[in-house]
Design a protein around this ligand. Sequence first.
Ligand code: A2P
Length: 329
Amino acid sequence: MNVAIVGATGLVGGVMIKVLEERNFPVGRLIPVASERSVGKEVRFKDQSFSVIGLEEAVSLKPDVALFSAGGATSLAWAPRFAEAGTTVIDNSSAWRKEPGVPLVVPEVNAHILKKTDKIIANPNCSTIPLVVVLNTLHQRYILKRVVVSTYQSVTGSGMKGVKQLTEERAGKTSPLFYPYPIDLNIIPQGGAFTENGYTLEEIKLMDESRKILGIPDLRITGTVVRVPVLGGHSESVNIELEKDFVLEEVCSMLAATPGVILQNDHSKQEYPMPLYAGGKDEVFVGRIRRDDSLPAGLNLWLVSDNLRKGAATNAVQIAGYLLEKGYL
Ligand code: A2P
């Protein structure tokens, strides 16, 4: 497979290359792509160097698959160009996620919707991915009635610019802010621009994408997205109301048996997921599982997942792996 990474010099692009290598994805030729600023830079893959090229040249090489993580504008303009050249695009931006004909996929939940003819496939938002992995298991057995989620999102979710602001503030440097406020020693309850109803764009993505992936268009879900001065991953506090009552032990064992989930829920050992330890891992870590006694069938839990891995690169590579396995690539 000839594999293009569009955004190869970025945070997610770099992790995509690492995950392709770790998973031994059958890469014939790696084609790193970035903006004109980066053309000629070297990218390492399996102890070899590959030169970054521009988008026009990359399209002309007709890669079998292109993993995109170079922002919405690049995806909007270039994903169709690659698709027309016969390349299957797996796009990590939000540009195509809401498009009705474009599958929005978390393999553990809905890989079965993928078809050989899909040429643009959307990779969901970094908070949505771990959330739906957990919600799907609960929905299969108890049926979701309502979900309330609050996120605590790593600065790595904003790409290089978010990480730069945090590290520079920590080093005492005063440079122009990427976020609207200082992020070190602070939390910012804003993810992206505000919309008319008072929600931010990241909150709308979390709610709309969960409905689309789970296939529950009328799911009652509400969210608050918060940026925190953390690197290892996104955390989420999730309150879930179910249609059917449950036994807590059964919920725990079902989540423990969910592919891609690791339970860290031993209260007696103060065991619970934290971004410091989830960083660099591919799984969704779940803990603090307890009843919400204010509801007839209510559940609280806490999840953490590395947003650059399962929240972005790993999920995209898993989609590519599924397509390969099915003979769709
Ligand atoms: P470049 O490094 O040349 O700017 P991050 O989100 O971590 O900041 O990474 C963004 C990625 O998207 C980088 O690889 C960046 O390349 C790439 N990128 C940004 N704008 C464009 C563009 N107009 N065309 C191609 N790649 C782009």
